[in-house]
Design a protein around this ligand. Structure first.
Ligand code: DAH
Length: 363
């Protein structure tokens, strides 16, 4: 027995006022459709009234209880109301959806005047830039680049450069030995020997690339780079060497800088000279205002490399006929060239890959 007032005795009610009940559902559905704030909630309301388990389905189930005469009219009425509600639903759905789309478009508008996220771009490494710049200056004097192996034969790294076996001059370079006959090349000078063996004079060549020494502190790195020049011609003197290096210094560091030679020793040159140029940071003054220059430590001069006339033993070893052909050579540390020009105070920065450092050289 159904006694609760909530329980919906539809057949009882139908018998009384079926149109009224349907009218009631129509009004409730219409109100719910009108109230639904979003398409999602509208859809939920549709399911509630028109869905399989919805109000209309329950009414239809009760149809069986109607008399044969009542059935067609009732069915027609239900269909009409359902169609009308479907139409209201579709209209409302379209309105809500277009409103939502408009709101979404308004909310997601792109402000094309905002700066974009610029991706980080790479840049040439300062060592590559310095190598390119130095090679470019020497190219204007007719020099062209040669390279050689990083694991080098003792024959080219030492023997061909007039370092006899067990000679104390070998201690000038803290060498990484690979085996008895091979080393990680300690300098780019073996490229000189290889080139003279392969090519006929006259020659103007640049040897360039990484070199290795068992040495590490604020101004020494176990791997660094060298660049050197070799000129072989019929008549070559210290004056040619000095003219070439002076030209290079003025082009690379600045027009006002001077060059000076200090006597030195390298097994592969005779005579040999250490090359200094006026300190590019304080322009040779030793002080910047009243501050002592940290680069040259107030001397006004800075050492940039070694040089000399190619030793006859080196020419003979490589098969160049001496004294018909003579030569001069000079070599610089690439990191040092960058350090002096840009006032960098720690050689390790070149290998740390800190973009804040590297970015300062990008062009
Ligand atoms: N190879 C020398 C070194 O690493 C530098 C050097 C000195 C190179 C004199 C030269 C030269 O070409 O003539 O210490």
């Amino acid at each position: 027995m159904r006694t609760s007032p909530e329980s919906f005795n539809i057949s009882g009610m139908l018998k009384e006022k079926p149109e009224e009940k349907i009218e009631e559902i129509r009004a409730a559905a219409q109100a719910a459709f009108a109230k639904a704030p979003t398409a999602k909630e509208l859809y939920d309301a549709k399911v509630q009234f028109l869905g399989k388990q919805g109000s209309f389905s329950s009414i239809m189930k009760e149809m069986g209880k109607l008399s044969a005469e009542e059935k067609p009219a009732f069915g027609k009425l239900v269909n009409e109301v359902k169609q009308a509600l479907e139409a209201i639903y579709s209209e409302r759905e379209e309105a809500l959806k277009s409103g939502e789309l408009a709101a979404q478009l308004a909310a997601e508008t792109l402000d094309l005047s905002l700066p974009s996220n610029v991706g980080q771009t790479g840049a040439r490494h300062p060592i590559a830039l310095v190598i390119e710049e130095i090679s470019g200056i020497l190219a204007r004097l007719g020099y062209s680049v040669r390279t050689g192996p990083l694991i080098e034969k003792d024959r080219y790294n030492f023997e061909g450069l007039n370092f006899p076996p067990d000679h104390p001059a070998r201690d000038m370079q803290d060498t990484f030995y690979v085996d008895k006959e091979h080393v990680l090349r300690t300098h780019t000078s073996p490229i000189q020997v290889r080139t003279m063996e392969l090519e006929n004079p006259p020659l103007r060549v640049i040897g360039v690339g990484p070199v290795f020494r068992a040495d590490s502190d604020i101004s020494h790195s176990p791997n660094f780079h060298q660049i050197e020049g070799l000129c072989i011609d019929r008549k070559v003197s210290m004056a040619d060497l000095k003219g070439t290096i002076s030209f290079f210094v003025r082009e690379y560091f600045g027009k006002d800088l001077k060059t000076r030679f200090r006597p030195s020793y390298f097994p592969f040159t005779e005579p040999s000279a250490e090359v200094d140029c006026s300190c590019p940071i304080c322009i040779g003054k030793g002080y910047i205002g009243n501050e002592p220059c940290r680069m040259c430590k107030t001397s006004g001069w800075i050492e940039i490399g070694g040089s000399g006339l190619v030793h006859p033993n080196v020419l003979k070893f490589a098969g160049v006929s001496y004294p018909e052909w003579q030569g001069f050579a000079f070599g610089f540390g690439v990191e040092r060239m960058a350090i002096i020009k840009y006032g960098i105070d720690d050689i390790r920065l070149f290998n740390e890959n800190d973009v804040r450092f590297l970015r300062q050289f990008s062009v």
